[in-house]
Design a protein around this ligand. Structure first.
Ligand SMILES: [Zn+2]
Length: 141
């Protein structure tokens, strides 16, 4: 067995039963990177000091969660993060991306109920009746 294989096995044994990098861990890690990138441009001042403390806290949280053996609590935190932050953001941006990619339809948001109405492109001036609340939207498609 080579040296690298032995090191790999030792790391694997060490990480067994530990939380590792989940979605919340990746998020805190990228937040920390983002905060540090901002700090590079600030150099000095109160804001840079505050961001330095924030970056350190994020590093501590990331490392604590990475090496934690309390999988039950860490999975609970990760699930709460996914349900309250990640999935709503993902839903919002996947809708926006689909709208940008769709060249055959125009999308209008109802002023009254915020429902998104899709109509075919190239029909000129039209009146759209919202399927949810019946509000009428005048638009050009
Ligand atoms: Zn509506």
């Amino acid at each position: 067995m080579s040296f690298l294989q032995r090191v790999g096995n030792a790391v694997q044994r060490f990480m067994y039963g530990r939380n590792g990098l989940d979605q919340l861990g990746k998020c805190t890690l990228w937040l920390m990177v983002g905060v540090n990138v901002i700090r590079i441009f600030l150099r000095s001042g109160l804001l840079a000091a505050v961001l330095g403390v924030l970056s350190t806290l994020l590093a501590i949280i990331t490392l604590f969660r990475f090496f934690s053996r309390n999988l039950y609590r860490r999975r609970g935190e990760n699930t709460a993060f996914l349900n309250k932050v990640w999935y709503p953001l993902q839903r919002r941006f996947s809708g926006t991306r689909n709208r940008v990619m769709d060249k055959e339809h125009c999308y209008f948001t109802c002023d009254r109920c915020r429902a998104v109405c899709r109509v075919p492109r190239g029909k000129g001036n039209i009146i759209i009746t919202c399927p949810r609340c019946g509000n009428q939207i005048r638009a050009k498609s």
